[in-house]
Write a protein that binds this ligand. Structure first.
Ligand SMILES: [Zn+2]
Length: 265
């Protein structure tokens, strides 16, 4: 049966091509991380708004977005860099780019290494095609901010970032009163793209002690007065926590600072 060996050969060839692509992507990602972790210059962060639905509320919100909506992110990273004695005064600088018409690929519903790898390639391809930069150099980090009308989507999908991949997707509410918590989600995903890991219990959302606490050495320990950015919530007691209102009440903890090379590991 001639079809059999040929299809086997074709399958092997496809696997070989995929492995070569993955090796190239992994090598590029490693070089990128080495470059950005040197913190020798301000990292450009491109914000690419996307309307997550066809609601006029979302459309008007996206149309009105400008740099001022995201300025607290620059200020948060500058404040935290100062606290860690980083020489760079402004580690990141946000620029808002024109809205993107197509939605980013949804992360796989189920786990599994292969689907995660394929999604990461799909997201890279989407970013390469859709993150159009009208002029100047491309930003080092690209975050797609997908807005939803809360009347249509009371619970937004999970945000996701390529671990150390410099591309993130943040799902946000198209509401001016949510801009403080929206910026927390963007800063959290930005930290993921730089290699920081989550510091909360996914089953309960409780911040993990000590790395997920704003100030693990605070006495008394509860209630905490700030949230660690990779935990995203302020621990009020060992089993209760609340969302902070803005980045003013967030910190980059020592473990996250080490993951993004602000401290030696
Ligand atoms: Zn996370």
């Amino acid at each position: 049966m001639p079809a059999q060996p040929r299809s086997g050969l074709w399958k092997a060839l496809r696997v070989a091509i995929l492995l070569v692509v993955l090796a190239l992507v992994a090598n590029t990602a490693w070089l990128e991380q080495r470059r950005v972790h040197a913190w020798a210059y301000t990292l450009g962060v491109g914000i690419f708004p996307v309307a997550g639905d066809t609601s006029p509320v979302t459309r008007d919100y996206v149309a009105a977005l400008d740099r001022s909506a995201f300025a607290p992110i620059d200020e948060f990273f500058a404040r935290q860099a100062r606290a860690y004695g980083l020489k760079l005064i402004g580690p990141v600088q946000v620029t808002v780019y024109p809205a993107v018409a197509a939605l980013p690929p949804a992360p796989p519903a189920r786990g599994g290494v292969l689907s995660a790898v394929l999604w990461s390639l799909h997201l890279r391809y989407y970013a390469a095609r859709r993150a159009v930069v009208p002029r100047g150099a491309s930003p080092a980090i690209r975050i797609f901010v997908v807005y939803h009308d809360p009347a249509l989507t009371p619970r937004v999908p999970h945000s996701a970032g390529l671990d150390k991949g410099l591309i993130g997707v943040a799902h946000l509410f198209a509401l001016p009163s949510m801009s403080g918590s929206n910026n927390i989600v963007v800063a959290h995903e930005l930290m993921h793209t730089l290699g920081a890991t989550d510091k909360y219990d996914p089953a309960t959302d409780a911040p993990l002690f000590p790395d997920g606490y704003g100030d693990p050495s605070q006495t008394p320990r509860y209630p905490q007065t700030s949230a660690e950015i990779m935990a995203g919530r302020t621990a009020l007691s060992p089993s209760t926590q609340e969302m902070p209102e803005s980045l003013e009440a967030c910190r980059i903890g020592r473990a996250s600072a080490a993951e993004i090379s602000w401290l030696p590991r």
